[in-house]
Design a protein around this ligand. Sequence first.
Ligand code: NAD
Length: 385
Amino acid sequence: MAKVLCVLYPDPVTGFPPAYARDSIPLIESYPNGQSLPSPHAIDFTPGELLGSVSGELGLRTFLEAAGHTLVVTSDKEGPDSEFERELPDADVVISQPFWPAYLTPERLAKAERLSLAITAGIGSDHVDLATAIERGITVAEVTYSNSIGVAEHTVMQVLALVRDYIPQYEIVIGGGWNIADAVSRSYDLEGMEVGVFAAGRIGRAVIERLAPFGVKLHYNDRYRLPADVEERYGLTFHDDIRSLVKEVDVLTVHAPLTEETRGLIDDELLASMRRGSYIVNPARGAIADRDAVVRALESGRLAGYAGDVWAPQPAPADHPWRSMPHHGMTPHTSGTSLAGQARYAAGVREILESWFAGRAIRPEYLIVEGGAYAGTGAHSYQAK
Ligand code: NAD
């Protein structure tokens, strides 16, 4: 029987469960590329409930305990005295979320002698040291597509919030003010702007599709070029690399995984090559941008705004400079964990566990690392080219 160690974010400060704003979530039948939704044999939760916090347990306890497995759920994940690190040595399976990542560093993996499966409840497995997972033959899987559309929606929201300067206008209302001149002094229309999408995978492509109706001119870069008919449909200009892309746009959105190629890519030099008054929305990974270079670019006016929901590390410390830099629209890491997204990734984790315990193959699109090599989505999106 297996020990499953699951690290989830803390419950709401007002207690669990929260009072829900709605009674149901829409039923999505398939993803835009035809990929089917997670299809476990059963689920023990109501879609739309809070599943991603400790008491939500991703809806897994009944299923795991009925099969004789042990489930340990904690949010205590930092340092050698944390419950996560204490429970790690005899864990067979670790489940963690990008929103509240249990970093599986080489040192921690060395302690996790029994670990054979690391599941990301969501998308993005950079919190696992993938080189060590490959060396050790640990399988790494994530719930591909489960929250991609939600992240694309969040991206569009933040692009509009920055360009139209929504947040300061809202604050004027809250403060009882009505100075229209102040309120519009940094407000522009998105229409007619040039928008660059860095990485056109599931999220980047959904951003392209959602932004096209705003009358923008779209550019993109990816390691793989999109089909010609897609480029034509959205009037896309392809760039060989990010350096050429950023020079020609007013807005940059970032959707690549965090790898050795993308870490620190948005640095002083790249930012200096952008148009004065550009905007960046990065819901991919905080470490793709150089933290202090972003602050400098906002202070100098090279950037007119920066938003996203990903930070390095997570949770961001109270004195993280992105909390107080000018003209930002940051959220905590929420875009991929709406109540609707949670229902899909919880079902996907259950599907992965059902396959694993039954000795069935995990779907290739969920695989990042398997059998000592990148596999499935990992081979496409993470492996160095
Ligand atoms: P995906 O695998 O469908 O797409 C990733 C794309 O990145 C692929 O098309 C790949 O070719 C491209 N790519 C990889 N390295 C590149 C490079 N060096 N240069 C250019 N392109 C490169 O994944 P997705 O579902 O679109 O998600 C993308 C990333 O977004 C995830 O890896 C994750 O880090 C992040 N994410 C964040 C949230 C959130 O809640 N904020 C949720 C889901 C995913």
